[in-house]
Design a protein around this ligand. Structure first.
Ligand SMILES: NC(=O)c1ccc[n+]([C@@H]2O[C@H](COP(=O)([O-])OP(=O)(O)OC[C@H]3O[C@@H](n4cnc5c(N)ncnc54)[C@H](O)[C@@H]3O)[C@@H](O)[C@H]2O)c1
Length: 296
């Protein structure tokens, strides 16, 4: 436990969601005093004894009550495009834009000067959702410009809950492990609490540690590279029908490492090593879900 964080109260909005529950857990482990806010309490039993505030971010009075008394806010509450049944564009806009505006207003009213905002790799494209993240980032930039608050804007890649094998395949595409989402967010929380940044933006993505020559020609070189990292994995990729992309997208994440001390830990090599272990034990991996995740 980091004693420096003891007694520092952090509000997490959308705390009952997929990212929220993992972030809340990690923030608690780091010593933060976590207040959870959501329209419904968390299902996770281990979070059940934490402070929970029922809050619809579209309702300013709810938000005001949730933010009051907090030193920092991690604003996650939003609807995205991967929910079943789908959420309407109207609701996505209202929660993601009006809701974020209300959280900004409450932060200004209560002098909250440390904020982490869940943005997305969908920033600016693909419809209403992507636009709501543009507006969200701008609202938080305004909060910095008008109050001097320290703000981190994290553009997460895809961590929507998936079956284990689909999750492994997704890591080679636009996916990121939820554990890396949580560690990036808590690293950013430390960064904004210490006012290390004015407005800091980072992509939150996987790093496979793969040479650019392999990433750029993955269809030709990927199987051999995987097999070199985890012997036997070429055969596993075939047997479990894991399709390889033609190229693997990799981002330069060195700034997040330099500024926040964060780097992703879970890539395709970890997945393949885990798959090999499970396969050797004769486990039925087709019925598993990604680590720590369950169907929505
Ligand atoms: N899941 C992804 O792949 C992904 C990728 C990029 C960015 N993001 C962003 O990360 C954040 C968390 O995503 P997630 O996948 O954990 O989502 P999630 O749907 O699992 O959780 C979102 C939470 O927000 C809550 N919520 C919805 N409307 C609310 C309201 N009006 N007031 C209060 N709470 C409300 C929901 O009850 C839910 O618990 C979101 O901002 C999302 O846009 C997610």
């Amino acid at each position: 436990m980091t004693s420096a964080q003891q007694g520092r109260r952090v509000l997490i909005t959308g705390a009952s969601g997929n990212a929220g529950s993992a972030i809340a857990r990690l923030a608690r482990e780091a010593g933060f005093d976590v207040r959870l806010a959501d329209v419904a309490p968390p299902n996770d039993h281990d979070l059940g004894d934490g402070e929970f505030v029922r809050c619809d971010t579209r309702t300013p009075a709810d938000v005001d009550r949730a933010v009051r008394g907090c030193d920092a806010v991690v604003h996650l509450a939003a609807w995205h495009c991967a929910h079943e049944p789908p959420v309407s564009d109207e609701t996505i806009f209202a929660v993601n834009v009006d809701g974020t505006f209300n959280v900004v207003q409450a932060c200004r009213a209560h002098g909250v000067s440390s904020v982490v905002f869940a943005s997305s790799m969908a920033y600016g494209w693909g419809g209403v959702y992507g636009v709501t993240k543009v507006v969200g980032e701008d609202l938080w930039r305004m909060h910095h410009e008008t109050t001097g608050a320290s703000v981190a804007l994290l553009r997460y890649h895809d961590f929507v809950p998936k079956p284990y094998l689909a999750w492994g395949a997704m890591l080679l595409r636009n996916g990121v492990d939820r554990r890396d989402v949580a560690s990036a967010t808590v690293a950013a929380l430390h960064g904004v609490m210490e006012h290390k940044v004015d407005v800091f933006r980072s992509i939150v993505h996987t790093d496979h540690g793969m040479p650019a020559s392999v990433a750029g020609h993955f269809a030709d070189q990927g199987r051999a590279w995987c097999d070199e990292q985890v012997p036997g994995s070429a055969e596993l990729l075939d047997r479990y029908g894991i399709e390889l992309p033609t190229q693997v997208e990799q981002h330069d994440l060195t700034e997040a490492d330099r500024v926040l001390g964060w780097r992703p830990r879970y890539g395709i090599v970890d997945f393949l090593a885990d798959l090999r272990r499970r396969d050797a034990r004769g486990e039925d991996v087709t019925s598993l879900w990604a680590p720590g995740q369950t169907p929505e």
